[in-house]
Design a protein around this ligand. Structure first.
Ligand code: COA
Ligand code: ZN
Length: 316
């Protein structure tokens, strides 16, 4: 493993065997789910995740409730959180979203820039150049306001409308965003079209250009390759990953976007491979149970039956 993990690594976050998991279930997981989960219940879920030791959670998106009705009530979610408990962030697509997020007390925003013209148009109703300019403007404001700002580069492997995205384009957009003041780029395989060979090339290139400590990966599991792609990202030195409890998730504006990499699958693989996350898997299964009750259907990643056999529920 050591040899595999040393390829292209540039140091990563504090210790090579520590991984930061950012759970995006309350946002990416619920935004496209048929069940509408109230702000109060989303807060309950977020607190359960933090109880399990999840260090970072994407708690909401400040988007148009007409575009994404399931994310309505973002300010109510943020208002009910104890902001010191974990690294909470919220997705922001434009200036108005930024203003609303700041007013709600958000301290860390995640901007979203898709790597293609058409995906930006379908997702946020702006072309790539306008979206880039808007991100730049919001970043300037966020930096002036002292908010942390990260940026997704979405459809980084493949766009549902324009096909394969060149790695050079992902690097170009990331460079623009770093220049504009983001602290971190989240390379997002929005439709789960990546594979380990491409992941090795893209993450290797990005780490060489920007350093692993400024990068995170957001991988969907559409083709059951998310964990393999995580492994390649780990090998390139990246130590920050998004994942979604229960494997929920998908972008409503990207056809074919199936579920995210399930947090429990990711944490399970990381722990088995000798990485530390600070997450207690037994408690994570409690959070999963809560999520299932909130959405009204069983949820869980590929490893769930095995995990349940390893961490049986406490008798009531
Ligand atoms: N939050 C809430 N309302 C917003 C908003 C935001 N971030 N941005 C715009 N609006 C409101 C405007 O105030 C306006 O309201 P009105 O009709 O009552 O006056 C209306 O939405 C239209 O504003 P406009 O600026 O023309 O937005 P748009 O129709 O071009 O939509 C987005 C742009 C970005 C708001 C919309 O496409 C969106 O919310 N997309 C979300 C995408 C998403 O969440 N994808 C999944 C995660 S990547
Ligand atoms: Zn996603």
């Amino acid at each position: 493993m050591e040899e595999a993990l040393s390829r292209g690594a540039r140091g990563g976050t504090p210790r090579m065997n520590q991984v930061i998991v950012n759970d995006v279930a309350p946002r990416d997981g619920l935004q496209n789910h048929p069940a509408a989960v109230s702000p109060e219940d989303r807060v309950g879920l977020i607190n359960k995740l933090v109880d399990a030791g999840v260090p970072a959670v994407e708690v909401a998106s400040f988007v148009s409730p007409r575009a994404v009705p399931k994310m309505a009530g973002a300010a109510q979610v943020v208002a009910q959180l104890d902001l010191g408990r974990a690294a909470f962030s919220a997705l922001v697509p434009n200036r108005k979203g930024y203003e609303l997020a700041r007013a709600a007390g958000v301290r860390s925003i995640a901007l979203v820039l898709s790597a293609t013209e058409q995906m930006n148009r379908n997702n946020i109703n702006m072309g790539l150049d306008t979206a880039t300019a808007v991100c730049r403007e919001v970043l300037q404001q966020a930096n002036a306001d002292g908010l942390e700002a990260r940026c997704y580069i979405s459809v980084a492997f493949e766009c549902p409308f324009e096909g394969t995205v060149p790695d050079s384009e992902v690097e170009r957009l990331a460079a623009e965003m770093f220049k504009a003041g983001v602290t971190e780029i989240i390379v997002a395989d929005t439709i789960g079209a990546g594979n380990p060979a491409r992941a090795r090339a893209l993450f290797g290139r990005m780490v060489a250009a920007f350093g692993a400590e400024r990068l995170a990966a957001h991988l969907h599991d559409t083709r059951a390759l998310a964990l393999a792609n995580v492994w390649e990202a780990l090998a390139s030195g990246i130590r920050k990953f998004d994942a979604s409890l229960g494997g929920l998730g998908g972008c409503p504006f990207a056809p074919g976007a199936a579920g995210n990499l399930a947090t429990e699958d990711l944490v399970s693989m990381l722990h088995q491979s000798g990485f530390q996350t600070g997450i207690d898997l037994r408690s994570l299964l409690d959070a999963l149970q809560l999520l299932a009750s909130l959405v009204g259907t069983p949820v869980g990643g590929r490893a769930l039956p095995w995990l349940e056999s390893q961490y049986p529920a406490e008798p009531p």
